[in-house]
Design a binder for this molecule. Structure first.
Ligand code: ZN
Length: 145
């Protein structure tokens, strides 16, 4: 199996059956994110304690890339500090916009192919933008447009 096939499989798997779905009653932050260009919508719940992401969940629907990205983002941020999360998003953003990143992103590396489809970058980054807004206690739903 080529790396490209493996990456595609990770996205299809998490896109069809996203992990960490549902409400999080203990959430300290929540945020609605919307990508009107594609129709991706998600409600993200985050439990933060002393600058560490303790848990996160989401409810929503959208394309496979947006759902897989949210599922894998939550995998990646659990137990991380806010500074580590910001750093991770910096690397992820670089990957999906340039297709290259020297940083080891683990399964998030599966989104490298998105760089070839600029319209999909918004699908891949919606979860992260929603997360940032949630952590900043943004008062309104955020939109990629
Ligand atoms: Zn999408």
């Amino acid at each position: 199996m080529s790396l490209r096939d493996l990456y595609q499989e990770i996205i299809m798997d998490h896109g069809k059956q996203p992990r960490h779905t549902g409400m999080l009653p203990a959430a300290t932050h929540s945020q609605l994110g919307h990508n009107p260009l594609c129709g991706d919508k998600l409600m993200l719940y985050v439990k933060e304690d002393n600058g560490v992401i303790m848990d996160a969940r989401f409810e929503g629907n959208g394309c496979a890339i947006s759902m897989a990205s949210t599922s894998l983002m939550i995998d990646a941020i659990k137990g991380k500090t806010l500074a580590q999360v910001a750093e991770l998003f910096g690397h992820f953003h670089k990957l999906v916009t340039s297709g290259q990143c020297e940083f080891d992103l683990g399964k998030l590396a599966a989104f490298g192919g998105v760089a070839t489809f600029p319209i999909r970058v918004k699908c891949a980054t919606l979860a992260w933008r929603t997360l940032n807004a949630a952590l900043e206690n943004h008062p309104h739903p955020i939109s990629t447009e």
